[in-house]
Design a protein around this ligand. Structure first.
Ligand code: AHG
Ligand code: MN
Ligand code: MN
Length: 337
């Protein structure tokens, strides 16, 4: 083949270039001459954890690791065997990274302080929900991992109590019909798919934007009777206006659909969970950063951005209204009306 000088040939244009997650991070890092690579090492720990967890999820039935372990986590929820396994994988992978000061997991009552050397050494805090939607496992439904990365600000474990707007990066992995990793490092949202034959996450999309106009809502309507009035008004309005309902019961699966197709996801306050069910630090904040970076919105209530909530406890919960900006506004119009 004769490659003439001038415009790059089709095969090396940006849109078709073969790019792994690792190469993506090296490329991002090259734009910051002062970067030491610490952050990329942390992402590589998350990526290897995702590959191990994906494998465990796929083999769960074969290896008899479905079902609960018979204990409850700090939230009083039944722990599945795979919740514990996934937590352990993330703890071990992140524990080996020098750049990690503290890890906090939905499954552990207390955060783990790995390195505490005060101000001067720049490290990160990593917070995660190791397996989201784990009750879907027994029925082969989608499950995920959600993570949030904060800079350690030298205040020991209080470094974790930063508003979500301070997140340096956030992402999730969906173990669905394929394994998908969605990541933001504060410059848009990129998507990678695990190619199991070569063991690498391949970049398939950059700069994802939530599409507008999808008439779809995602909520556990079984709780409808205990939703605040405004949510019921919105649902009545949506049902009278040709909306579809889609609910997987795993936040990662529901949010992924909304990121790609549009619509709105709701987890309102209920009688059983007056602050909502979802956890601010492990679920709402990372998803909110992704939504905003993709042009969407995430609110806890009208005019209350999730990312502006000042946390007071690492396991606290928040109501969530998340999705395409115009649909979130529409829900809020019903809440305030
Ligand atoms: P987890 O499995 O990490 O405890 O999270 C489950 C969460 C979330 O994934 C989902 O959106 C929500 O619980 C579903 O709750 P309901 O069963 O109350 O609808
Ligand atoms: Mn979860
Ligand atoms: Mn979980």
């Amino acid at each position: 083949m004769n490659i003439a000088a001038g415009a790059p040939p089709e095969s090396i244009r940006d849109s078709v270039r073969i790019m792994t997650l690792q190469a993506h991070m090296l490329e991002a890092q090259a734009q910051f001459p002062q970067a030491t690579g610490t952050f990329s090492w942390i992402l590589s720990a998350l990526s290897i954890s995702a590959k191990i967890i994906a494998d465990k999820v796929r083999r769960a039935r074969l290896e008899n690791v479905l079902g609960s372990v018979g204990t409850e986590n700090v939230q009083g929820e039944v722990q599945q065997k795979l919740d514990v396994l996934a937590n352990d994988v993330l703890m071990r992978a992140l524990g080996g990274r020098e750049g990690v000061a503290i890890v906090a997991s939905e499954e552990n009552e207390e955060p783990v302080i790995l390195r505490d050397d005060g101000p001067g050494v720049h490290r990160y805090c990593v917070l995660f929900d190791p397996l989201d939607g784990s009750s879907n496992l027994d029925v082969c439904g989608g499950v995920g991992t959600i993570f949030s990365i904060l800079s350690h600000d030298g205040r020991g474990r209080d470094s974790l109590l930063q508003a979500g707007s301070h997140q340096v990066a956030a992402g999730y992995v969906l173990y669905g019909s394929s394994t998908v990793l969605v990541l933001t490092i504060g410059r848009g949202v990129d998507m990678f798919v695990l190619d199991p034959s070569i063991g690498a996450f391949m970049r398939v999309e950059t700069g994802l934007r939530i599409p507008a106009g999808n008439k779809s809502y995602s909520v556990n309507e079984g709780n409808r009777k205990s939703f605040p009035e405004g949510y019921r008004r919105y649902l009545d309005w949506a049902q009278s206006n040709g909306y579809s309902s889609r609910y997987a019961g795993a936040m990662v699966a529901d949010v992924h659909r909304i990121l790609l197709k549009g619509g709105v996801f709701l987890y309102p306050p209920t009688a059983k969970a007056p602050e909502g069910k979802l956890r601010l630090m492990y679920e709402a904040n990372p998803m909110a950063m992704i939504m905003e970076q993709a042009g969407g919105k995430t609110l806890a209530a009208p005019r209350r951005r999730v990312l502006e909530i000042q946390p007071t406890a690492i396991h606290q919960r928040t109501p969530v209204i998340l999705g395409a900006a115009e649909e979130v506004d529409r829900v809020c119009a019903h809440l305030s009306g």
